[in-house]
Ligand binder design. Structure first.
Ligand SMILES: [Zn+2]
Length: 188
């Protein structure tokens, strides 16, 4: 029996920020892949929607809807987007009532969702934390472009006091240097 499976190729890095159409394209590619791997879905896929949520990247619903946050639009956070899509597709396939238990984990792993933690309980906690993170860390690149880094619970001086060109560590994202960081406060 061949139990090996192939992880999907990493996404090509976009040379321009994501549009809603690009996101739909990535979603469709992931959905087709998931359908080939798992013919039976507990909640058959119905439609992809967007909302304005800033505290949650995505949700899966029992009626087969997947909702993605529009905050992906304008970013180059393709890896986060893919991870979110696979995470939510795994909920539709495994069954939402099983939450992030072994059933979901099995599916999510096969879809190539990045494990967020070593253990399953930790994953639950982390997932929950992500959904309620107050701040979004944004990198302002040398050319003025803004890139969403991740959601966090508190500001860190490591980032608030960082300026490119000062002594000390220099941050870069995929080879481009970060000029400075800002936090978007979701409660403001
Ligand atoms: Zn989840």
């Amino acid at each position: 029996m061949n139990t090996a499976f192939e992880r999907p190729d990493p996404a090509p890095t976009p040379d321009r920020p994501l549009t809603e159409n690009a996101i739909r394209g990535i979603f469709e590619r992931e959905r087709v892949r998931a359908q080939a791997l798992f013919p039976h879905w507990e909640h058959p896929f119905a439609e992809l929607r967007f909302n304005r949520a800033r505290r949650s990247y995505g949700q899966a619903h029992r009626d087969g809807r997947i909702v993605l946050s529009r905050s992906f639009v304008g970013t180059t956070a393709v890896a986060d987007l893919e991870d979110t899509i696979r995470h939510e597709l795994a909920h539709l396939i495994a069954g939402i009532r099983y939450k992030h238990g072994p059933r979901w984990q099995h599916v999510a792993t096969r879809l190539g969702a990045t494990p967020r933690a070593s253990g399953r309980s930790e994953d639950d906690v982390l997932h929950e934390k992500m959904s309620h993170a107050r701040f979004t860390l944004i990198a302002i690149m040398e050319n003025g472009e803004e890139r969403t880094v991740r959601k966090v619970h508190r500001r860190s001086r490591r980032y608030t006091e960082y300026r490119l060109g000062r002594r000390g560590q220099r941050y870069h994202i995929k080879g481009d240097f970060v000029e400075r960081f800002v936090y978007l406060d979701e409660q403001e």
